[in-house]
Write a protein that binds this ligand. Structure first.
Ligand SMILES: [Zn+2]
Length: 321
């Protein structure tokens, strides 16, 4: 007879290490396996949905005699870094989320209803030390000028990531989480697991999707606004022309164009560049000698298309000493 431990628990729990392994977790609703959480292997028995950043291995996991049993009325179970030193068997979970590099050993899945595993790139995972973590239910995190990454694990949580100027990673794992990213000229590598999560970025961020495993997840980028491509508006061009003939140049959004006549690309922000030779009275052309032709440009071909260079708070401090 061994000294096996049995815990009956209710609600949301976290395995923080220290339990004898192998551990058996019975009938949890949601299981979140985070980065480097299990030093041994993982066996999933009869889970409903499995969302994974790691490919299940072909190996059978034989955990041996259970040393610790965790059961009861468990809603969410979180297994953080070093949470399980050995092997864990998860029996009868509803949703299981396996984040990047969560499991050091093998992953065996038996009797799942559906496995979502879809790694799209071979980009190496892992800064490891992230700038912010949202963990749990209805959490919100905000971080400015992150250097490594942000993770959101759980449900109905939000993350605001602003002033992104360095390449970062983003892990979104769970259900109905919302992430907003703003910044310029940086790459965000996304690991997205679960369902009904939304990631939105400003223009000028490059998104690289490493893993997209699940259903009804959305990753979208706000388009470049036409105003970013216009350097002189019609009003600005007319200003200061009180009386007399002059030639002015300005740009306007070409809202009837969804492709660019100049470069041929599909474009959101097509603008037309116009030149007018006109007689002005108090900032208005009252007679046009020549309305000129139109030329076009867009966010793909305009020299003006680029992020507005604003200094981050940290850069401002550095500049200002
Ligand atoms: Zn163009």
């Amino acid at each position: 007879m061994s000294n096996a431990q049995a815990h009956s628990l209710t609600g949301d729990i976290t395995l923080n290490g220290g339990e004898e392994t192998p551990i058996s977790v019975v009938d949890a609703e949601n299981v979140h396996l985070r980065r480097k959480s299990v030093t041994g292997s993982l066996k999933l028995v009869n889970p409903e949905y499995v969302f994974s950043c790691q490919r299940p291995t072909e190996q059978t996991v034989q955990p041996g005699e259970t040393e610790t049993t965790v059961s009861g009325s468990i809603e969410d179970i979180y297994i953080p870094h070093d949470g399980v030193d050995g092997t864990v068997v998860i029996d009868g979970a509803q949703d299981v989320y396996i984040e990047p590099n969560a499991i050091s050993g093998d992953i065996e899945i038996v009797g799942e209803e559906q496995l979502f595993y879809n790694q799209l790139t071979d980009s190496p995972y892992g800064y490891g030390a992230y700038d912010a973590h949202g963990l749990g239910w209805k959490r919100s995190v905000s971080v400015s000028d992150p250097k490594h990454g942000v993770s959101v694990t759980g449900g109905r949580s939000t993350a605001e990531i602003t002033d992104v100027t360095t390449d970062i990673e983003l892990i979104v794992s769970g259900w109905d989480n919302t992430v907003d990213i703003t910044g310029r000229t940086a790459t965000v590598t996304v690991y997205l697991l679960g369902s009904q999560n939304t990631v939105t970025t400003s223009p000028y961020i490059d998104i690289e999707i490493d893993t997209r495993a699940g259903v009804e997840n959305t990753i979208e980028q706000e388009p470049v606004p036409a105003s970013d491509i216009i350097d002189t508006t019609r009003e600005e061009a007319y200003a200061g022309h009180l009386l007399g003939r002059d030639t002015v140049t300005f740009q306007e959004p070409a809202t009837d164009k969804d492709y660019c006549p100049n470069c041929g690309a599909n474009a959101n922000a097509v603008v037309t560049r116009r030149q007018e030779d006109a007689f002005f009275v108090t900032n208005s052309p009252i007679y046009r000698f020549d309305a000129g032709g139109s030329s076009y440009e867009c966010e793909n071909c305009s020299l003006n298309a680029g992020p507005e260079v604003r200094l981050s708070e940290e850069e401002r401090k550095q500049v200002l000493g």
